[in-house]
Design a protein around this ligand. Structure first.
Ligand code: AMP
Ligand code: MG
Length: 340
């Protein structure tokens, strides 16, 4: 079900849509995290996203659509698995990577004896959006403000998370403002994001479905619909097939430590995000994290943003169990803790 109840007026949506059509950047809420949106068909506007985020040109952007039909118009191929997955999980936290559609145009005029042919001249989505890849990541967000914005703009929106590259993703409009400040032209405030971590990215562009990034929709739920899915053999090779695969990503400024059995460092002053294990130091403040994976994911970035603002020497995280429903949370925690 799309997340409901925006406290946002039609006028605000229309204002934001006009800005997008004029090539400006608008941050908007989705059920996963806040996105930094630009018209996906406008290469110059998309270039501003990369500049504002400080994001390398090798990291493709997800294109957000307002309907399955809009997604189909941007893909060259729509396999059976795409039909089954979008019927079941869209709108929702699932990004599908598919071959990009090309736009057909009339070839330049030729001598009268040759017939004019229609030739595919360019990708429907500019190459800057897909980092030069022949594929595009497509997602229909389950958020009424995001959907209303895409429909009002009348174009698909390229939108990575609305934060500087490698930093923590924003799950409130305040996080966006603190990270991007005046570099974003407009922010739509939809309150906190319900899923709280980024979408699951699944490639359907090859012979086998490949899980490029675990996220808001679990592998188990996807496999229940299309059968077994694989993980990329070598995520480090070539252009980043999934930007979320940078080892350091989603990171607070404060060093983040993953601990087991409550074993905190002996030195320094920190804060402890407890899941199941009480800490071995009594002088360290505790934040109790939710027990279920979904609730944990929903508050994770908010807790990390708050801990990061507390001027601690470290943030220690009580590592949750390594079971399938925790796959996405584990992925984000390990990247946040990475110092490479
Ligand atoms: P984010 O920074 O959260 O917007 O993450 C963008 C995600 O989009 C990455 O993790 C990629 O997996 C995914 N993505 C977008 N386009 C493509 C593409 N053409 N091929 C592979 N992954 C893509
Ligand atoms: Mg991001």
């Amino acid at each position: 079900m799309p997340q409901a109840l925006p406290l946002i007026s039609i006028e605000e949506i229309e204002h934001a849509a006009r800005l997008l059509r004029a090539g400006r950047l608008v941050a908007f809420p989705t059920e996963t995290v806040y996105g930094l949106g630009a018209n996906a068909l406008d290469a110059e506007a998309v270039a501003r996203i990369y500049a504002v985020k400080g994001r390398p040109a090798t990291s493709p952007l997800i294109v957000h659509v307002g309907s399955i039909e809009m997604a189909q118009s941007l893909a060259a191929d729509w396999p059976e698995a795409a039909t089954r997955l979008t019927q079941k999980f869209w709108p929702g936290p699932l990004t599908l990577v598919l071959p990009t559609a090309r736009v057909w145009t009339i070839a330049p005029t030729r001598p009268a004896d040759q017939s004019a042919a229609e030739v595919p001249s360019r990708p429907a989505i500019p190459l800057i959006v897909t980092a030069g890849l022949p594929t595009v990541g497509l997602r229909m967000p389950a958020h009424s403000i995001a959907l209303a914005l895409i429909r009002a703009a009348g174009v698909p929106l390229a939108a990575p998370s609305a934060n500087r590259f490698t930093q923590l993703s924003p799950t409130t409009s305040d996080h966006v403002r603190r990270s991007l400040g005046a570099d974003v032209d407009y922010i739509l405030d939809g309150g906190p994001c319900h899923v709280g971590i980024e979408s699951t990215v699944l490639s359907l562009a090859g012979p086998q479905p490949v899980l490029l990034r675990p996220g808001g929709l679990s592998r188990v739920e996807i496999e229940a619909v299309i059968g077994p899915i694989t993980t990329p053999a070598d995520p480090a090779a070539g252009a980043h097939p999934a930007p979320g695969m940078h080892p350091r990503h989603y990171s607070p400024q404060t060093s983040l430590l993953l601990v087991t059995a409550g074993m905190l460092p002996e030195q320094g002053q920190g804060i402890y995000l407890q899941h199941l294990h009480p800490p071995n130091r009594i002088d360290v403040p505790i934040r109790q994290m939710p027990h279920s994976a979904a609730h944990y994911a929903a508050v994770l970035y908010r807790e990390l943003h708050e801990a990061d603002a507390g001027n601690y020497d470290w943030i220690a995280v009580d590592l949750p169990p390594n079971t399938p429903d925790w796959e996405a949370v584990h992925d984000r925690l390990h990247r946040a803790a990475s110092n490479s």
